[in-house]
Design a protein around this ligand. Structure first.
Ligand SMILES: Nc1ncnc2c1ncn2[C@@H]1O[C@H](COP(=O)(O)OP(=O)(O)OP(=O)(O)O)[C@@H](O)[C@H]1O
Ligand SMILES: [Mg+2]
Length: 681
């Protein structure tokens, strides 16, 4: 007898209904931790540092305190007490200390152990964080991989005691579980310290924590960062600008670009009783008379209750709002880095021959104001160590988007959103797409079709906005909105145009200079021969001078010297640019208010009027402070000390004499002290 197969029955609606229940946000993100940037141990550790540092900088700036952060990465010993090397270790302890405003005791558990809890989500104001998920997600990752709680110390002022907490997240309820809380003695009189133990990997090279710290220093010259990597020496990124950036203001949404559903929600939630009052108080750039005009156009009474407007009248109101001419949103909610600071940051951190920076005027996407800034560093700089450094980086582990082919060096893009470096998902970012879409060949840089431009070039792009449209919650790439891409392209085109001018001028000047050197080689021969013919009666000096002048004139005159950076003049037609040559620096090195850079030729450091001393609240860091990093600037000036060839010396002497005659006031720029120094020789 054939066996009858037992048929399985499908689930009934009742059974399915029994298994349906809500999912807590923490359960969801535990399963989908890759959405928050915690996919691999290497990336997870970087995300953890990034979230803590972003919060520290945001909080300090909001409290008008010059930010200072201390990042400590330590290898955790295994059960037997054995500590592997940093490269081999799989478990780390990440500690980030700030000297900002601190956090009130009651808020600590929720901030560090409840997802979607924060102060920045509901407001329209530029800040690094926006979602209210960052630091609690980092803590949750630590808890998931090591089972250890997040440890927090926070103190709001010297008068108050410091509080110590150990918290974990109850993922089922998305609520904090407090394991320990007490008052403790803490050497810092204000600030927050967060420690997370996690499974991680420490690597160097591209997309590493080291790179994140370096790039943060470029875009945040007002921040002091002390970084203790797990394997090496402490690195201190000194503050190079002693003033806080202009503080962004909070704004209301602008009617342009706002979605219909959003308008309905706003009308439901508003505290205003009248429609005209709602339009005036809940949107930016709508005045009383304009609100009345909009109501009239939409055929609605200004005194109607906003909650009661639904269906067709609501849709009509939405259409009228979009069609009415309304002033562009105010941009005091943004705090761009500024051309000077970008130029300064690039010049300090990246060696090159040419630097430029552009800040675009504000624009709007989906009703959100934003500003795009771009910068460019081109060339290898003059130091050998730079080449070594580059090689080392190339030998290191490769990140996404990096090629193994070192022959055909591609430009490197450094991307920022609200001053935070973006290190992953490069190909999916609007910034990369805009770089690829820009025709770099027009500016004398080679570029294969659909590829990045080639050459020793670093491209800097920053988007500052009240809401950066990230492609995912991990905040790694900017979404491809047409308005945003257009602005990035315009900024890049301006940088490219300036680079093109620089490259053309440099090539032309180089060939003229070579020609002049050839002429000058023969001048002595010609003069000696003429003198012999004249029986030694020729005024040798006069003739040499005349011939040298002719050689100079036919090889571009003083223009050639200027282009090659052999004179004190700034680069012509290249605003916000610096040119570095073997002979010195041309262009204004921005000395910003409160700068503390050292001038290598013995000049007194420039002190801007009214510059404040930074608040020092970390005695322990101050004590251990190593010497600041050698600056690119001193390298360039060191080169100047080499004995110059005869012809060059002469040109410089003449220039110095001319300058003396003109009796210019004492120059600020260090390059201007070059002729004086040479004259002494
Ligand atoms: N070091 C700190 N000092 C003071 N306040 C802090 C600090 N760290 C976090 N906070 C507060 O905790 C809140 C939550 O931080 P969290 O990183 O989780 O979210 P967020 O910064 O608002 O947004 P995002 O998820 O984009 O980072 C912040 O909004 C801030 O108000
Ligand atoms: Mg945050």
């Amino acid at each position: 007898m054939a066996k009858t197969k037992k048929k399985t029955r499908g689930a009934t609606a009742q059974e399915m209904g029994d298994s349906q229940r809500s999912i807590s946000v923490s359960e969801f993100f535990t399963k989908n931790r890759h959405l928050l940037g915690f996919d691999s141990p290497r990336k997870a550790m970087l995300t953890c540092v990034k979230e803590a540092v972003d919060n520290a900088l945001d909080a300090s700036e909001e409290a008008h305190i010059l930010p200072e952060v201390h990042i400590i990465l330590e290898v955790v010993a295994d059960a037997k007490g054995h500590k592997p090397s940093a490269a081999q270790a799989k478990r780390f302890r990440v500690t980030v200390i700030d000297y900002g405003p601190g956090i009130v005791r009651q808020q600590i558990p929720k901030i560090f152990a409840k997802l979607l809890y924060g102060s920045k989500f509901h407001r329209l104001r530029m800040s690094r964080g926006q979602q209210g998920i960052g630091i609690s997600a980092a803590g949750m990752y630590g808890q998931l991989t090591t089972g250890k709680p997040v440890k927090i110390i926070s103190r709001t002022s010297a008068k108050n005691q410091a509080h110590y907490f150990e918290v974990q997240i109850d993922t089922k309820k998305n609520e904090p579980r407090i394991l320990e809380k007490k008052q403790i003695e803490w050497e810092n009189h204000r600030g927050t310290q967060v420690t997370i133990e996690l499974e991680g990997r420490y690597v160097k090279g591209r997309s590493s924590i080291d790179e994140y710290v370096e790039q943060t220093a470029i875009a945040n010259p007002h921040v002091k960062i002390t970084y203790d990597p797990p394997d090496g020496e402490r690195r201190v990124f000194e503050r190079t600008h002693n003033e806080l950036p202009e503080q962004p203001r909070e704004i209301k949404p602008h009617p342009y670009g706002i979605e219909f559903g959003m308008l309905l929600k706003m009308m439901h939630d508003t505290k205003s009783h009248w429609l005209s009052g709602f339009l005036k108080s809940d949107f930016s750039r709508i005045s009383g008379p304009l609100a009345d005009h909009i109501c009239k156009e939409a055929g609605l009474s200004p005194k109607k209750r906003p909650r009661d407007i639904h269906g067709e009248p609501a849709e009509k109101l939405y259409r009228v709002l979009q069609a009415t001419k309304i002033m562009a949103p105010s941009t005091n909610c943004l705090s761009p880095i500024g051309e000077k600071a970008i130029l300064y940051g690039l010049y300090q951190q990246i060696k090159g021959d040419f630097y430029t920076a552009v800040t675009r005027p504000p624009a709007v996407y989906r009703g959100n104001p934003f500003v795009i800034e771009a910068g460019l560093a081109f060339g290898r700089g003059s130091g050998d160590d730079q080449k070594k450094k580059r090689k080392k980086t190339i030998d290191g582990p490769l990140a996404e988007g990096e090629g193994k082919d070192t022959q055909r060096e591609l430009a490197r893009i450094i991307r920022y959103a609200n001053r935070v470096p973006l290190l992953f998902q490069m190909s999916g970012c609007a910034t990369t797409k805009a770089v690829l879409d820009t025709a770099w060949r027009n500016y004398g840089v080679s570029q294969s079709r659909g590829a990045l431009p080639q050459g020793p070039m670093v491209i800097f792009v920053h988007m500052a906005s009240v809401w950066v449209p990230f492609t995912s919650e991990s905040k790694e790439a900017i979404a491809d909105y047409d308005e945003i891409k257009k602005q990035i392209k315009l900024a890049l085109q301006e940088c490219g145009r300036r680079l093109g001018i620089f490259l053309k001028r440099r090539d032309r000047a180089k060939s003229e200079f070579r020609r002049r050197n050839v002429f000058e080689l023969y001048i002595k021969e010609v003069v000696d021969s003429c003198n012999r013919l004249k029986g030694g009666k020729l005024p040798v000096k006069k003739l040499t001078k005349q011939l040298t002048e002719i050689a100079e004139k036919v090889t571009g005159g003083t223009k050639t010297d200027e282009i090659l950076g052999k004179t004190g003049a700034g680069p012509e037609g290249l605003p916000s640019s610096i040119i570095v040559t073997e002979e010195g620096v041309e262009g204004d090195i921005p000395l910003m208010a409160g700068d503390t850079i050292e001038l290598p030729l013995g000049d007194a450091p420039p002190q801007a009027p009214g510059a404040e001393e930074p608040e020092s609240v970390s005695p322990e860091i101050e004590k251990a402070k190593p010497k600041p990093k050698k600056k690119a600037k001193s390298k360039a000036v060191k080169k100047k000390k080499k004995p110059a060839p005869k012809a060059k010396k002469k040109a410089v002497k003449e220039k110095a004499a001319k300058k003396k005659a003109k009796k210019k006031p004492a120059p600020k720029k260090k390059k201007k002290s070059l002729p004086a120094k040479r004259k002494k020789k």
